[in-house]
Design a protein around this ligand. Structure first.
Ligand SMILES: *[C@@H]1O[C@H](CO)[C@@H](O)[C@H](O)[C@H]1NC(C)=O
Length: 217
């Protein structure tokens, strides 16, 4: 006696919910809401890697153009590894790379301004050594005591965090570009060739651009 009306009211409720959500889909979303939805990008790279440096040629301009549609997480670690809980780090391109990764971790963590983070990282990646870090930081509008952080426990902690993030994706190639937290080989290959095209494709696919927007045309 009880089961039948329950099932009936359940399917009625479900029907109402489906109708409401379909109807809501068609409704124009408020502009602010769309703007809050961004494409999440995780960039796994390392400071002295030529392939990572090459990718910066794309990252700088694409970020400048599309920054309001993307949320980027820069992870300078790559194929490094820690030993003894961070007492020692080994890096693919030697100690100078470890130093560069540490410096970048420090500066990145010092600001929530992603535009400044990208500016700094791109500048630093084209510098021949980490001695230009202060200059790159000030060009990005960041007043950071880079050396203090890099030489401290904070630098170690940030690199251990970068290691955890990097390992969670088990990258076979550096740089690795991950969209919305899921690695996809095809998107990776496309990104290395045409980062802008890949980002634009995903922005359109995920409906993250306002309708009729001239962006990505
Ligand atoms: C973020 O950093 C950029 C690049 O340095 C700068 O032009 C911009 O004014 C900063 N934005 C804010 C909100 O501080």
């Amino acid at each position: 006696m009880l089961k039948f009306p329950t099932a009936l009211s359940m399917s009625f409720l479900l029907g109402v919910m489906l109708t409401v959500s379909c109807w809501a889909e068609r409704e124009e979303k408020p502009r602010e809401k769309r703007q809050a939805d961004k494409l999440h990008i995780t960039l796994l790279y390392e400071s002295l890697c030529p392939d990572s440096r090459n990718f910066m040629h794309q990252l700088g301009p694409v970020h400048e153009e599309l920054q309001q549609y993307m949320d980027i997480q820069l992870v300078p670690f790559g194929k490094s590894r820690s030993e003894q809980g961070g007492a020692i780090f080994h890096c693919q391109h030697g100690p100078a790379e470890c130093e560069g990764n540490r410096v970048q971790s420090c500066v990145i963590s010092s600001t929530a301004n992603q535009s400044a983070q990208v500016k700094f990282v791109v500048c630093q990646m084209f510098a021949l050594d980490s001695s230009r870090a202060d200059q790159c930081a000030s060009e990005a509008g960041l007043l950071t005591d880079v050396d203090h952080c890099a030489d401290s426990e904070t630098g170690t902690k940030l690199q251990l965090q970068a290691e955890l993030v990097t390992k969670s994706y088990q990258p076979s190639f550096i740089p690795t570009i991950v969209y919305n937290g899921v690695f996809n080989q095809q998107l990776q290959d496309h990104s290395l060739r045409d980062f802008r095209g890949t980002v634009c494709h995903l922005l359109r696919q995920q409906n993250l651009l306002p309708s009729g927007s001239p962006v990505c045309q």
